[in-house]
Design a protein around this ligand. Sequence first.
Ligand code: B12
Length: 207
Amino acid sequence: MSVEKIFDAVLDFEEDDVVALVKKEITAGTDVAKILNEGLIGAMDEVGKQFSAGILFVPEMLMAAQAMKAGLDELKPHLAKGASATRGTVIIGTVKGDLHDIGKNLVAMIMEGAGFEVFDVGMDVDVEKFLSAAKEKNANIIAMSALLTTTMPAMEEVVKAIRAQGLSIKTLVGGAPVTPAFAQKIGADAYCEDAPAAVEAARSFVA
Ligand code: B12
């Protein structure tokens, strides 16, 4: 019932209410996946729909994102439970030209919780930054996020650079406009639609 309240509070941009409601649900023992998927992520999907329909605009989208992020921060320690020994090292970032980082942050959090060592290089990340971070940390995986159709091609540049330099680093791509067909076309090692799928793919890379 209150998960719906979280959904509504994100849509009302009520950051403090989102935090309070998330806390309340955690205390009540509600499944954290339900809080995340039906409350926080569900609300952002609705924001996206309303943005497409011209009901909401960029400032509102940003306010909703801030409210969602605040809820996510509250949830983070609970999502990261169950960490085990390091399974591999991941460099994660949002590609060049793209400033969307909520999904990327979520994937980073869940991967960390699943036992990977995760280095988040932020958003608007160019090829050089992805590669130098991967070399410095001796990473097995580069995970890239893109939320704009216009920034998706930047993923291919990273894949190409890895090949050109003969590095044995696996690539993982995701983000709302990214598809399995696109991932295959650019030669990425895997496409994943959400954070749990990213964990599974990453585990298969380092198994
Ligand atoms: C919040 C938001 C913003 C915020 C971003 C704040 C932030 N700090 O991230 C702000 C207001 C800044 C913003 C700006 C813009 N936005 Co915007 N935004 C959104 C919105 C509403 C939600 C995105 C989100 O956070 N979703 C919640 C997260 C949890 O979901 P997610 O990112 O998809 O991540 C999940 C999966 O995709 C996957 N995943 C994500 N990354 C990765 C990476 C890997 C490796 C893996 C395996 C998986 C994975 O796992 C995640 C968890 O399940 C979307 C609509 C939507 N529903 O997608 C539009 C949307 C992405 N934005 C859009 C647009 C057009 C813009 C602007 C161009 C608007 C403008 N005219 O200025 C600018 C671009 C700025 C830029 N250069 O990047 C369009 C993109 C259209 C397109 N296909 O190109 C969308 C789809 C809205 C729409 N319906 O038109 N935006």
